[in-house]
Design a protein around this ligand. Sequence first.
Ligand code: GLC
Ligand code: CA
Length: 536
Amino acid sequence: MIDRRDSNWWKQAVFYQVYPRSFKDSNADGIGDLKGIQEKLDYFQELGVDALWISPFFKSPMKDFGYDISDYKDVDPIFGSLEDFQSLLTAAHERGLRIVVDLVVNHSSDEHPWFKAARSSRTDPRHDWYLWKPRTGRRPPNNWISLFEQRSAWYPNEATGEWYLATFTRNQPEFNWRNPELREAIYDATRFWLDLGADGFRMDVATAYFKDAEFRSNPFSFNLVPNLLQHHIYDRNRPEIFGVFKDFRAIADSYGDRMLIGETHGLDPVLAASCHGNNCDGLHMAFNFDFLYRKWSARLFRESAERWYELLPSSAWPNFTLSNHDQPRHYYRYRSGRHADARARVAATMLLCLRGTPFLYYGEEIGMNCEPLPKASLRDPLGVATWPLRIGRDPERTPMQWDDSLNAGFSPASPWLPVNADYRHKNVATQKTDPDSLWNWYADLLRLRKSQPALITGTLTWLDVPPEVMAWKRTERRQSEGKQDLLVYLNFSGKLKTISVPVGTVLQGTRVAAGERINAGERTLGPYEVLVVSQG
Ligand code: GLC
Ligand code: CA
C-alpha cells in the first residue's frame, strides 16, 4: 500500500514511463490500453520500479497521439474508461506503486469544446482562452514556427478573421495563460485527477505556457535541430511561468504527497534548474534532458552530471533520464556493434547509481531497439512532415516486446506500429530466464538500490580515474549503521583501464560476481566493465 503521509516518496522512487498505446493491448484492437497496463502490474514489481508515468490516455482525436486533448476529465475509449483508470490506480496503490499522469495544458485539441466555442466568435466568453491575432493580409503576425509542421505557427480562423497560434501541429491551439478563467479551468482539471488519487503530473512543455505579451519575432539561431534556426525566447520560456508553477505547487501540496515534474523545452539545463524555485515553491522536479544529447563519453557524462548538480538550487532534488517517447532510444544511440549490450549495462548503472531520481522508458530494460521505419508505417505527424529526414518519433514508440509469440505478445491483432524485427530473441520472457540478460541486470540494480540507502540519499563524490572511466563514491551516514561508502566504476571504453580501489565487497559487476571480496590496490577494469563495490 502506498503511504499517503510520505511526501518525499518521489526522491526515493525509480520511475518507469509507459507509452500506453504501445505497452499492452487487452482487447485485440492493436493499440495498448489501461487494462493492458493493469494486466502487467506484477511485471513492474518483478522489475522493481516504484512509480509509473503514463503518457496521455485522455479523450483525444489522436492527431498527436494523445498530446491533443479534447476532454481533460475523461479517458479516451481507445484506452478504456474512467473506471478502468480508477481500477488501475487502486490496484497499483495496493502494491505500493504510484502513478503520475500527463498534464498537457500548453494547448488543447482543436476539437475541445473550449476551442470550438472560442473560434466561433470574437465575443464568445471562451475566445480569450486561446491566442489570436487579427488577420489583415496573408502574412502571419510574426516568425514563430510550428515544430511538427515545419511552417508558420499561425493558422487562419475564418469565422473571426483572425490567426490562432499552434506551435506543435495545427490541431493543438495554444492557451492564453494570461486569462484567469482559463487558469481556473485548468486548475480544476488538475484537482480532478488528484481527487481521483493520481500521485502527480508530468507537465507537458511546461515552460511554453506563456508567450511574449507583444508577440515579438524570435531572433535567428544557427541551431537547425531541434531549434529550427530560432532562439525560442519569445514563443516560450517566459518568466511569467514561475507564478503559475507556484500555483500548481500550492495545489499539489494541498494534497500532501503529490509530485510535479515539468518537461522543459530548451537544451540548456539552466532552464530546467530554474523551474524548481528557490524555496521549494516551484516544481518538485524538472526533467534534465542533457543526457539525451550526450555522446558516448565518460567525460561528457560526468561534466553533464556535475553541471546539473551545480545548477540546481540547494533545496532541489536531481533527476536523470536517458530515453523517452520523443527521442531515439539510448540503446540505439549508443550501440556500437557487438558492444551494444555492454554499453547498455554501463548506461543503466550510471542512471541508477547517480544521485537523483531515475526515469526509465518502457523497453529499455531489454535493450529495445529503434531502427528507422518505412514511410508507410509512419504515424507521428513530425515524422510524416519531415520524411525522409528520419527525425520522427515512431521508432521509439514501437510495441513492447513481451515474448516470442505473434506480435511479441503485445496484441493478437496487427499493432498500430510495427514490432521490432528482433523480438523473437529480444523479449521480456526470454531475458527473465537468462541470469546474464540486460533485464536481470536492471532488476539486480533496482534491488541493489533498495538495499543500499547510500545509492538513494548518499552524497556523491567524483573519483580520480583514467580517461574513459567514470567513477564516483556515494556516502551515507546513519547513526545506527555508521558510515557506508559505495563506489561505482564504469569503463566506457573497449580498452583495459587501471584503477585503484579500496578493500571491499562487490555488490554488482559485469566480470566479478556479487559477494566477492576485493583487495585494496591497483586493479584492471576490462572493456565496458562495471564494478559496484561496498567499501570496508
Ligand atoms: C511534448 C511531448 C510530445 C508532444 C509535445 C506536444 O514535447 O513530450 O510528445 O508531441 O509535447 O504536446
Ligand atoms: Ca486495445
